[in-house]
Design a protein around this ligand. Structure first.
Ligand code: FAD
Length: 401
């Protein structure tokens, strides 16, 4: 139970709770229950963003001048807590948490006016075109080439792991515009207005969990306007670094972890243990759940420190530490969820996982989502900078590498 000592905060919590209880459609609720990764089911989640935007709540982290709600850190924490309790789908991050905030810092006035309102309203969805077959951790080695021609660039090359490129209508990308000097110096940051430019082909990749979430994107003489460039030509590395700062968006993850632990506790009371009795009485499982909950509690304190602008939160090692802790905790949650589901979690139920399919799951909701969530969580220590690379960055910031 949450107790807000401040009456204004208590009234705010009641308003949030009322909206979140009444506004989502059945499809949106279903999408929340069927969310097995960072990217919740696309159509229902974008519809939910539109409803939240009508209320002015689509972008809790955005400043009021760009359409954010202007909440205090405490209000934001209340919103996150109430949101998680209801198992609603998290909004898709690329526009709201990445390209939007980056444009606020570095976009031209025209770019802000053109793109920010449509990101907020959910009319546009942006995919991130950075990685290439030969450029992942070593992103600066990217070779997708853009050559200036009149008012345009002509792009040739390919991108890979481009999440939801098959659903997006816009793309932000890094291209090589020079091969002179240091490899970081010849990179340019571009905004693409369409995903159906002649010569642009998107090929979805089926992931370990059975879904096409990532894609390959091929460019053959794709002509895009130079007005989509952010920053100067050959200075895209600076823009990419600025965007990276926003990549995890400042949204608290600990409420989601607490919620999953609470749901596991609930499910354990009706789940048979392999050795007889219920999982709620399985002392090893209960111990591991308790240890995880203690670790998440420590992580919540860490998140709070960052959110409230504590001096330690401004340490350059913190984003890397946060990435490592959050991804590893998320994986531990998924491992315990699989242990709880046991053999019931093994069937791959793609149709039942599809929002609006009307296909009932075999077994419980927990059994339905545990395995795809477990498989998808393997990727969290790879994307947004692998954890090995994050550990290198921490060591370097401490002067040890
Ligand atoms: C689910 C998922 C979604 C993704 N979404 C997107 C997206 O939307 N857009 C996009 O552009 N990209 C996306 N990516 C790509 C992601 O950014 C890359 O996978 C990541 O940067 C790692 O690059 P790589 O896969 O080429 O691995 P590599 O860089 O080849 O790394 C292989 C291994 O070597 C280790 N390694 C590499 N360099 C070092 C080093 N210097 N020190 C120590 N260890 C090192 C790595 O930690 C890793 O274990 C996504 C990836 C996944 C898995």
């Amino acid at each position: 139970m949450n107790i807000d000592r401040d009456p204004a905060l208590a009234a705010f919590r009641a308003e949030v709770a009322h909206f979140l209880d009444t506004a989502p459609t059945p499809d949106i609720r279903e999408a929340g229950l069927k969310t097995t990764c960072v990217f919740a089911p696309f159509e229902a989640t974008m519809a939910w963003q539109k409803l939240l935007n009508q209320k002015g709540w689509a972008a809790p982290g955005w400043p009021a001048e760009y359409g954010g709600p202007g909440w205090t850190p405490e209000q934001r924490a209340v919103f996150d807590e109430e949101y998680c309790k209801r198992d609603l789908p998290p909004l898709l991050p690329n526009g709201l948490q990445m390209v939007g905030p980056m444009l606020m810092d570095l976009g031209t006035e025209e770019q802000k006016a053109k793109y920010l309102p449509r990101i907020l309203s959910g009319e546009d969805y942006w995919t991130q075109g950075y990685s290439e077959p030969g450029a992942g951790s070593d992103l600066a080695s990217l070779s997708c080439m853009a050559v200036a021609d009149g008012d345009d660039y002509v792009i040739n090359g390919s991108k890979i792991w481009t999440t939801l490129a098959h659903k997006a209508n816009r793309m932000f990308m890094l291209v090589r515009t020079s091969t002179e000097g240091r490899k970081q110096q010849g990179i340019t940051f571009l905004l693409l207005d369409r995903m159906d430019y002649p010569g642009l082909e998107v090929r979805p990749i089926i992931g370990l969990d059975g879904f096409p979430e990532q894609c390959e994107v091929f460019f053959t003489d794709v002509r895009v306007p130079q007005s989509g460039r952010v920053g100067a030509e050959n200075d895209g590395w600076t823009v990419a670094k600025a965007l990276l700062k926003h990549e995890r968006g400042g949204a608290a993850l600990s409420p989601g972890f607490f919620r999953k632990i609470a749901l596991m506790r609930e499910a354990a009371s009706t789940t048979r243990a392999p050795g007889g009795g219920m999982m709620a009485d399985d002392s090893v499982f209960q111990r591991d759940l308790g240890v995880l909950e203690a670790d998440v509690t420590a992580y919540a304190a860490f998140e709070n420190m960052i959110r409230t602008g504590h001096a330690l939160g401004r340490d350059p090692a913190m984003p890397s530490l946060n990435k490592i802790m959050s991804s590893e905790l998320g994986q531990q949650v998924s491992v315990l969820a699989m242990r709880l589901a046991g053999i019931e979690g093994l069937p791959l139920q793609l149709a039942a996982l599809d929002v609006g399919s009307g296909v009932d799951p075999l077994g419980s909701w927990h059994d339905l989502v545990a395995m795809p969530a477990y498989l998808n969580a393997r990727a969290t220590t790879i994307y947004a900078g692998t954890n090995e690379v994050q550990r290198d960055l921490i060591a370097r910031s401490l002067g040890q590498a």
